[in-house]
Design a protein around this ligand. Structure first.
Ligand code: HEM
Ligand code: HEM
Length: 174
């Protein structure tokens, strides 16, 4: 069976976003290590926030593009499997929006975007900031679980079911 592939634009969006998200998560957790490379913890968070805003923009572009370009129907899936895949991907998209938006909302200091321009802080009350911070801190655990589950399902398709789901999202595969 020929591999039903995502378009190269969808593949580029997927792997660029995945790489950025992993780096964004690594930065605060490896803050001591990255601080020695970047010249201080302030710079670690400047990069964390700047890349987070890039992910927000990429996700908005990706969703606009996806709206016009329906992803390939990979397999003869049962309705339950189709629902699970849709729900899982929907939640991943929601997290790709929610994490940077909550990050943007909770800070009370200006964000130094790639050391080039300062934006914000956005004019929200301390209540809104408090809720946004909770969402950011708790949302990370949902994101971790989703990424692990998602990658595990992709590898299960490839190595156990031996179908074309992972191939459809890999670059340079026919
Ligand atoms: C895809 C986007 C993002 C992801 C996945 C993400 C994830 C995380 C994670 C995992 C932490 C560590 C939390 C902890 O120590 O328990 C964190 C902390 C933080 N994030 Fe983000 N973040 C994102 C975007 C942003 C953006 C856009 C901003 C601000 C504009 C931001 C501001 C912060 C700040 C200030 C902290 C430190 C919180 C604290 O410990 O007080 N993040 N983020
Ligand atoms: C931060 C990490 C990741 C995020 C946020 C993420 C997010 C997403 C999203 C939102 C989709 C749905 C695409 C669409 O239908 O428009 C998707 C699809 C996909 N992802 Fe990921 N992904 C990540 C990591 C990975 C990894 C590590 C793998 C492989 C081991 C992978 C393999 C796939 C595959 C094969 C699909 C297509 C699934 C299908 O058509 O049913 N992803 N991903």
């Amino acid at each position: 069976m020929a591999t039903a592939r995502f378009t190269s634009v969808q593949i580029a969006f997927h792997w660029l976003s995945a790489l950025l998200v992993l780096l964004i998560i690594a930065l605060p957790y490896g803050a001591d290590f990255f601080a020695s490379l970047l010249g201080g913890k302030g710079n670690v968070f400047t990069l964390h926030k700047s890349l987070g805003i890039v992910v927000l923009l990429l996700t908005l572009l990706r969703l606009a593009y996806r709206g016009r370009k329906i992803p390939p129907q990979q397999l003869e899936q049962s309705p339950a499997q189709r629902f699970a895949a849709k729900a899982g991907h929907g939640l991943l998209y929601l997290l790709l929006l929610m994490m940077p938006i909550s990050g943007l909302l909770f800070g009370s200091k200006p964000i130094n975007l790639f050391w080039l321009v300062e934006i914000g802080p956005l004019p929200f009350s301390s209540n809104v900031r408090g809720v946004a911070k909770d969402v950011h801190i708790l949302g990370q655990y949902v994101l971790f679980a989703m990424i692990l589950g998602h990658a595990a399902v992709a590898l299960w398709h490839h190595y156990v079911r031996r179908d074309d789901v992972l191939k459809g999202m890999l670059p340079l595969v026919r």
